[in-house]
Unconditional design. Structure first.
Length: 179
């Protein structure tokens, strides 16, 4: 019998000082049985960093043809493709061809090696690549729960996250940014 996803319900008070966005988000997220808490929390952060109309969580690990998060325009055009982790260069290349904007948020202990191995090929693509330090992502996962009320404040490259279980700061490093 296949394992079922675990459902998380979040109320997020988002203050993105970089984009002048102040909003309350109510999210329901399915965590795939093979997904770590760290990866799920990076998906949530990526959603907050890019929050806009039409932004949706996708099937992610359950469907290799979809990203973790995407946004379509009202006429169905794919505006934004977001992958979390260390996707293959071929996957990122495909995404950059079918989406107006492509972003990758890498985060785990393998991220520096993945970037060094993929950098040459990724630099030729119209994609943005960001990295969150693994130890900070682990700290974020440690203050997470299935029913969370959290506050996220984004200012510059810093994100401050507070929940009932604690608080932490994450520094987003821009590895590659294309317009």
């Amino acid at each position: 019998m296949a394992l079922k996803p675990t459902i998380y319900k979040l109320t997020i008070s988002l203050s993105d000082l970089n984009r002048d966005i102040y909003d309350s988000l109510n999210l329901t997220i399915a965590r795939h049985p093979s997904e770590t808490m760290e990866r799920m929390m990076v998906r949530i952060l990526a959603f907050c960093f890019n929050t806009r109309d039409q932004l949706l969580f996708c099937k992610g690990l359950s469907d290799t043809e979809e990203p973790d998060i995407w946004a379509h325009s009202l006429d169905g055009v794919l505006d934004l493709w977001i992958d979390v982790g260390e996707p293959s260069v071929e996957r990122v290349k495909k995404a950059s061809r079918i989406s107006a904007a492509t972003k990758v948020y890498c985060f785990n202990s393998k991220a520096p090696t993945w970037w060094e191995q993929s950098r040459g090929k990724l630099e030729t693509l119209d994609v943005c690549v960001y990295r969150l330090p693994w130890d900070q992502v682990q700290a974020l996962a440690s203050i997470s729960d299935r029913g969370m009320d959290i506050s996220i404040t984004v200012s510059g490259n810093s994100s401050y996250v507070a929940s009932e279980l604690g608080e932490c700061e994450l520094l987003l490093e821009t590895l590659q940014e294309k317009p």
